[in-house]
Design a protein around this ligand. Structure first.
Ligand code: SUG
Length: 429
């Protein structure tokens, strides 16, 4: 049975804005207070999905979450109509309100951690919803994420969805962004690598806790002989790599990584070579691409994908082409004799300015044919649905949001109506 990877992209929501909410995410901080373009952002995300569909890859989509998020504001004691709740919350605590307004559920690499069938004890695909405990705005995402994942992957003979881990930041978990799976092929037994951070007193926090990763490995029934727990380098975290997927990405037997991604890379590489003979580690030396260029361009936040002809491609942001050192490196890489044969350059600039590159915008789920057929088709894209989603975005998404607009009641109504129109189009109302 052939196994394929489906990327479930988060559709960028109508409240996409630059509020500077993520400590340690240098793009989010640098662009705080800028004017955002939610409509252009969502169309860029949809164009990325289409580019991969046109290359013959299956594509999924997850809807944006309800923002402003009224239920959570009600739980804090604000009451009245939805608009009255928002007005009271905005007046009492604008910073709180900005957290309840964030469109951050677009970055579905942080929605869950996924282990495919060949790796799990019960032979099902396991998904654990990420608790996103370390950032206030992102900690609001798990309940709705869980709701969508239970719907999309409700077929229990193939899938098992676990709720987000409890214990808050003590078990801080940011999902697939800190997890890599390597295997001879998608359908073969693989090695799962969980990357965690350790707080060493630096200015930026480590978001993923080792004990969270260990709990997920237990829940998924992984074989400990094929499971590695690896510390992220503090240098990378302090340079702005708030998730491992900002400095490393894996696909099948290839690991594409920056030289300074891991705290003890020799130990990690040895363990990986032992667990997966035949692994190919493509390491980018600092002398060719420094950490700062890597983080600014998001070279490693490319989607490393297998094309239908078996070649691999890096789906990278335009920012990689704009950076001479990075682009020169990419040309040299493509000339080397590795499976990575192509660079597909895409424009997700609106998301990038909040520190979300191509790989942040997608959750990869590897499935055999039977599991694929069991996925709720409302979450899968075809050409017709893709066009319909574009029309909804063009009709309903705000063109721009300035910091001053966030307290504007008309914008809240527009955001809720936009989401309702989208859910109706997807059959999820
Ligand atoms: O969690 N940015 C997100 C970006 C997530 C990127 N995901 C991966 N690397 N997989 C974050 O820091 C910024 C929102 C704001 O500032 O308005 C934000 O949440």
């Amino acid at each position: 049975m052939t196994t394929v990877e489906i990327n479930f992209d988060g559709l960028i929501g109508p409240t996409h804005n630059y509020a500077g909410l993520s400590l340690g995410n240098v793009a989010s901080a640098a662009n705080a207070g800028e004017v955002s373009s939610p409509r252009a952002a969502a169309l860029q995300g949809l164009a990325k999905m289409k580019q991969l569909m046109d290359r013959g890859l299956p594509q999924g989509v997850l809807p944006p979450q309800e923002r402003p998020y009224v239920p959570v504001l009600r739980m804090l004691g604000f009451d009245g109509s939805d608009a009255a709740v928002c007005a009271a919350a905005f007046a009492a605590d604008p910073a709180l309100f900005r957290n309840a307004f964030a469109a951050s559920s677009m970055w579905t690499a942080n929605a869950a951690t996924v282990s495919p069938k060949p790796d799990t004890a019960d032979g099902r695909v396991h998904l654990t919803v990420a608790n996103l405990a370390s950032m206030a705005h992102r900690s609001l995402e798990p309940p709705e994420t869980e709701q969508w994942l239970r719907l999309a992957f409700g077929a229990e003979q193939h899938f098992c969805v676990h709720s987000a881990l409890r214990f808050g930041v003590h078990f801080g978990d940011e999902g697939a962004a800190n997890h890599m799976r390597l295997a001879p092929a998608h359908g073969a037994t693989g090695v799962e690598v969980f990357v965690y951070g350790e707080d060493k007193g630096g200015r930026f926090p480590a978001r993923q806790k080792r004990r969270a990763s260990e709990a997920i490995a237990r829940l998924h029934g992984l074989d400990m002989k094929r499971t590695l727990f690896v510390a992220q380098s503090d240098a990378a975290i302090q340079a702005g790599a708030f998730h491992n997927d900002v400095v490393a990405v894996a696909n099948e037997h290839v690991l594409f990584t920056h030289e300074h991604a891991f705290e003890d890379k020799a130990k990690f590489y040895n363990a990986l070579e032992d667990a997966l003979p035949g692994v190919l580690i493509v390491e980018v030396p600092s002398a060719e691409v420094g950490l700062e260029d890597a983080i600014r361009s998001y070279l490693f936040n490319s989607q490393l994908i297998t094309l239908p002809n078996g070649d691999m491609a890096l789906v990278m942001p335009q920012e990689c082409r704009d950076n001479i050192r990075v682009w020169d490196y990419v040309q040299r890489l493509l000339d080397k004799n590795t499976p990575i044969r192509e660079a597909i350059v895409i424009d997700v600039r609106e998301s990038m300015r909040n520190g979300g590159g191509p790989a942040c915008l997608r959750l990869r789920v590897q499935v055999d044919e039977a599991a694929m057929a069991a996925i709720d088709s409302r979450f899968l894209l075809d050409e017709r649905k893709w066009e319909a989603l574009n029309r909804v975005v063009e009709t309903h998404w705000p063109e721009r949001i300035t910091p001053g607009d966030i307290g504007n009641a008309a914008l809240w109504e527009q955001a809720w109506a936009a989401r309702r129109a989208l859910l109706a189009e997807m059959g999820l109302a």
